[in-house]
Design a protein around this ligand. Structure first.
Ligand code: GTP
Ligand code: MG
Length: 202
């Protein structure tokens, strides 16, 4: 699947600007700077497909990418979301992103799963819990992905995983398997690929 072509399809900055539903979709959500866009690039082996940045708040739209043999036959659509929990942009902008994200998450029949990215160095924050609750309320399938594994000491990996699994016990709608990966070294990325392939073939 991930050897297929992946092309940018669409950017939406408001709810009525979403692309028509097409193939099955998966979305990447998470706090600003957790590595959503980097993961999209790592997954597709297209290093520069989604724009990444050291500065939080890089991705400001819902960006849609289609994966498939050609543009007419997409097999899977990847959705890169703006980060949440970033205080240094205007209140108006935050309100706009939040509305866009909520509208998208609540009303998208083709959305098969939301991968909620959490920075492996920092663990689960209150804004993450709010996101998980929102996904629970929207009755969406979602799964936690811990990022930046290369920055986490080997001895801390299990503790971080346990902490994330403990959160899931309070959010029973979530997929029970937590993935811990690094987009920089590629470690763990195949676990996510497998989870996605499973979704597509279901
Ligand atoms: P927003 O679009 O602002 O919400 O950010 P994002 O979640 O898309 O993060 P992005 O992919 O732009 O990455 C943010 C920073 O984290 C960049 O400096 C990346 O190089 C870095 N980063 C991403 N993935 C990894 C990783 O696996 N390991 C390490 N060490 N750094 C990473
Ligand atoms: Mg981004």
């Amino acid at each position: 699947l991930f050897a297929q072509n992946c092309e940018f399809l669409w950017a939406a900055d408001k709810s009525d600007g979403l692309p028509p539903m097409g193939p099955l979709e998966i979305a990447f959500a998470g706090r600003s700077n957790v590595g959503k866009s980097s993961l999209l690039n790592a997954l597709t082996t297209r290093r520069t497909l989604a724009r990444t940045s050291h500065t939080p708040g890089r991705t400001q739209n819902l960006n849609f990418f289609d994966l498939g043999p050609d543009a007419q036959n997409p097999l899977l659509r990847l959705v890169d979301m703006p980060g949440y929990g970033y205080a240094a942009v205007s209140k108006e902008k935050i309100a706009n992103w939040t509305r866009l994200m909520k509208d998208f998450l609540r009303g998208r029949a083709s959305l098969a799963r939301v991968f909620v990215l959490i920075d492996g160095r920092h663990g689960v924050k209150d804004v993450d819990r709010e996101m998980l609750t929102l996904l629970d309320q929207a009755a969406l399938s979602y799964q936690i992905v811990l990022t930046k594994r290369d920055e986490v000491k080997k001895s801390a990996v299990e503790t971080t995983l346990d902490e994330a699994r403990a959160v899931l016990r309070k959010n029973p709608a979530a997929h029970p398997e937590v993935i811990f990966l690094s987009s920089h070294t590629g470690e763990g990325v195949s676990d996510l690929r497998e989870a996605i392939v499973k979704l597509v073939s279901e």
